[in-house]
Design a protein around this ligand. Structure first.
Ligand code: VIB
Length: 207
């Protein structure tokens, strides 16, 4: 039997819930998040997205050419995303030339380690990382200013559709993967879920 992304979500509901529902996001929704917490998240997430971009570049290098369209679309969006983070940081006078915190470092090291893994594992991790933000920022519902823009950015229907396409590509990779590779993909999914949870907690701890 072949593994699918939907099966991963169904099998690991608890882990996925912890990755996507966190007091950090609840407090954005309530407007009670502290500036320190939000700014910590913003700077560390910029540093994360830099390494995420490198990861997507490496995934492109391993992908079948039929998957290029979606991945190249993702890379184009990342060009905009990186500039957007820089604008947001400049407005708040935040220094992006900052050290990564331990959790951010661990997550970036993990993304770097995916380079050595087979394409179906990479595609599954790629999908899970994007889905975490798509669901995380969407689930609380409409957010008050100044968080509206953040929630819209990753909760909007266009982004949701992009994540669906990533799911289809991961599923396609998994369809012909060996049991061992499918097992590695499951481990990757769980690792992403745990790192997402820790990333929220890292920012939340800045209070
Ligand atoms: C910790 C953390 N996890 C996932 C994402 C999701 N994400 C990574 S790059 C990007 C832009 C569009 O591809 C998005 C939404 C994030 N930013 N930070």
């Amino acid at each position: 039997m072949t593994l699918t992304c939907q099966q991963l979500l169904q099998k690991h509901t608890q882990e996925w819930q912890e990755a996507t529902v966190h007091p950090f996001l609840v407090q954005c929704k309530l407007g009670t998040i502290q500036q320190n917490q939000f700014n910590t998240w913003l700077v560390q997430d910029y540093l994360f997205v830099v390494d995420f971009t490198r990861m997507v570049g490496r995934i492109l290098a391993n992908a079948p050419s039929q998957h290029f369209d979606v991945i190249l679309g993702g890379l184009v969006a990342l060009k905009d995303e990186l500039n957007w983070f820089k604008e947001k940081a400049a407005l708040q006078k935040l220094d992006l030339d900052t050290q990564k915190q331990l959790t951010c470092s661990e997550y970036c090291d993990y993304m770097n380690s995916l380079a050595a893994m087979p394409y179906p594992v990479q595609a599954t991790a790629f999908w899970a990382i994007e889905l975490a933000y798509n669901q995380g920022w969407q689930l609380p519902g409409v957010m008050p200013e100044p968080y509206t823009e953040f929630a819209d950015r990753w909760g909007n229907p266009g982004f949701t559709n992009y994540v669906k396409l990533l799911e289809q590509q991961a599923d396609q990779g998994l369809q012909t993967a060996s049991e061992s590779i499918q097992h590695q993909a499951e481990e990757a999914f769980l690792k992403v879920a745990r790192l997402e949870k820790d990333f929220w907690q890292m920012a939340f701890n800045a209070a």
